[in-house]
Design a protein around this ligand. Structure first.
Ligand code: R5P
Length: 277
């Protein structure tokens, strides 16, 4: 049995109601709830964009189902807060772990997701008490690039953490600085260095990462690889947020750019659908 949220409408037909009260609270209604009683169901619900309200919505969906003793599996293609899996300063919240704990405590039997940042490899794992099936789109992203390049290319990941996406290619070394003290509201850490020691001169290059958020990593990678004499440069990622003007900037410096439909965008050219049918 499938429960499909309205925020999954591009891939499946929604069959539950999610609305918003005038004050912003989320409203969830599972139509014909009794038919899920003592059954198993898979919930398809994106947790991004609008991650904070989406998390509350999924908790309400899961709790409503478990109240009728339904066993719930969850498909959420991207897990928000996944980059805060470590603390850098004393007292910081381990957000990634706490979100997983919330989902496990609510009653999720297994979460299926894609290129989960803190797992750094595909397969099944338990994190914060949550059973996770982490699927990597690395192979599909590289195959899609091959169709677009139509000639030889070398694949590069812009940091060690994403190297599993590209087991046969090269990795750059990324060094981030400390939090920007001039912006008291933001916790972004600038990229201080993105270095590599392999030859890209005259070659076609695909840069593949788990996510493009502000685009800072990709833009720096393109800049450095371009300076070193690369021919065509393509950018790809499993998850594309394209914050601020990063879509326009990356489009203008790369030969082509694409992501998956884990988060819908204008360049969602690789689909997660074959994995979640
Ligand atoms: C970092 O470890 C990730 O793999 C990505 O490289 C990073 O999160 C991308 O963020 P941004 O686009 O803001 O540089």
């Amino acid at each position: 049995m499938e429960i499909v949220s309205p925020n999954f409408a591009d891939l499946k037909t929604p069959n539950i109601e999610i609305k918003t009260f005038p004050d912003g609270d989320s409203y969830v209604r599972i139509v014909d709830i009794e038919k899920y009683s003592n059954k198993s169901a898979t919930v398809f619900h994106r947790l991004y964009p609008n991650q904070n309200s989406s998390i509350i919505q999924v908790l309400l969906i899961i709790k409503t189902l478990t109240e009728v003793k339904c066993k719930v599996n969850l498909v959420s293609p991207y897990i928000p807060y996944s980059r805060q899996d470590k603390t850098f300063l004393e007292g910081e919240s381990k957000s990634a772990k706490f979100i997983c704990e919330l989902l496990a405590e609510a009653g999720v039997q297994e979460l299926t997701t894609f290129d989960c940042h803190f797992l750094k490899k595909p397969g099944r794992a338990t994190y914060g008490g949550l059973q996770i099936n982490n699927i990597s789109l690395g192979k599909e992203l590289i195959e899609h690039a091959a169709k677009k390049f139509k000639e030889e290319f070398v694949t590069i990941t812009p940091d060690q953490g994403a190297s599993y996406l590209n087991p046969e290619g090269h990795n750059m070394k990324k060094k981030r600085g400390s939090y920007d003290a001039s912006d008291s509201k933001s916790v972004y850490r600038n990229i201080e260095e993105l270095s590599f020691d392999f030859d890209v001169s005259g070659k076609n290059i695909l840069i593949v990462d788990d996510m493009i958020s502000t685009g800072g990593t990709m833009l720096k990678a393109v800049e450095n690889i371009r300076k070193a004499g690369a021919r065509k440069i393509a950018c790809a990622a499993a998850h594309g947020f394209f914050l601020k003007d990063s879509f326009e900037r990356l489009s203008s410096v790369s030969d082509f750019l694409f992501v998956s439909d884990s988060i819908p965008s204008k360049v969602s050219e690789v689909s997660i659908m074959p994995h979640i049918k």
